[in-house]
Ligand binder design. Structure first.
Ligand SMILES: Cc1cc2nc3c(=O)[nH]c(=O)nc-3n(C[C@H](O)[C@H](O)[C@H](O)COP(=O)(O)O)c2cc1C
Length: 205
């Protein structure tokens, strides 16, 4: 039986969404299937307009309930940074998972992450580290990206690049104008592939 994989992400300006689609491509390239979900929005339309957030592509469903995730064996989380930590919409989601925390609804599931910040040094690694605490409380088994499958890209400093051993990443720039590069998308694709293969190997071999 093939493992069931989901990607849960929040994306206000589309950067994490592009990485999420690349991760999904990697999962599919490994022979897997994946369901994408958005974290529910918490801001009113009026505020989103003031923040210049474009309309969200409705072909990707918004997660109706944390319970929906209980059917999956592995979940990749796409998290944009706010002040070096999770975007509030994601924290709001985590705060709604008390039921799974109490009953172990996510216990023993595999989890990975990818991130986006405006700038280098803006908190890619601190956002990843902050996620470890939440993963630990739920009993998620964290699958790091590591270097093995992406050494040429992570080991090369010839161009600005987001992402690290913790997971794929991109830089949006202060005004959001920078888009994920070919290399960042390649790392995200490799992470999706590696994540699927890891979950398949440990759980379903
Ligand atoms: C209120 C606020 C706080 C932010 N804090 C940070 C930060 O601490 N470091 C950083 O590099 N970028 C910061 N950003 C930029 C976001 O991380 C960036 O908009 C996001 O990664 C883009 O991803 P998205 O297009 O998927 O929403 C902040 C943005 C907002 C609106």
């Amino acid at each position: 039986m093939a493992p069931k994989i989901a990607i849960l992400f929040y994306s206000m300006y589309g950067h994490i969404e592009q990485l999420a689609k690349a991760e999904a491509g990697g999962i599919k390239s490994a022979g897997g299937t994946v369901d994408l979900y958005r974290v529910p929005e918490t801001l009113p339309e009026e505020v989103l307009t003031k923040m210049h957030a474009p309309a969200k592509d409705s072909s990707i469903p918004t997660l109706d309930s944390p319970k929906t995730l209980e059917q999956y064996d592995g979940i990749l989380f796409g998290i944009p940074t706010r002040y070096g930590n999770h975007v509030a919409q994601f924290r709001q989601f985590w705060d709604s998972t008390g039921g799974q925390w109490q009953t172990g609804g996510f216990w023993g599931k595999y989890a990975g992450l990818f991130v986006s910040t405006a700038t280098q040094g803006g908190g890619q690694e601190s956002t990843a580290l902050a996620t470890m605490s939440t993963f630990a409380h739920h009993g998620f088994i964290y699958v790091p990206l590591g270097y093995k499958t992406v050494f040429p890209d992570l080991g090369d400093n010839s161009e600005v690049r987001g992402g690290s051993a913790w997971g794929a990443g991109t830089f949006a720039s202060g005004d959001g104008s920078r888009q994920p590069t070919e290399k960042e998308l390649r790392v995200a694709t490799a992470q999706g592939k590696m994540f699927y293969e890891t979950v398949a190997r440990v759980n379903f071999a």
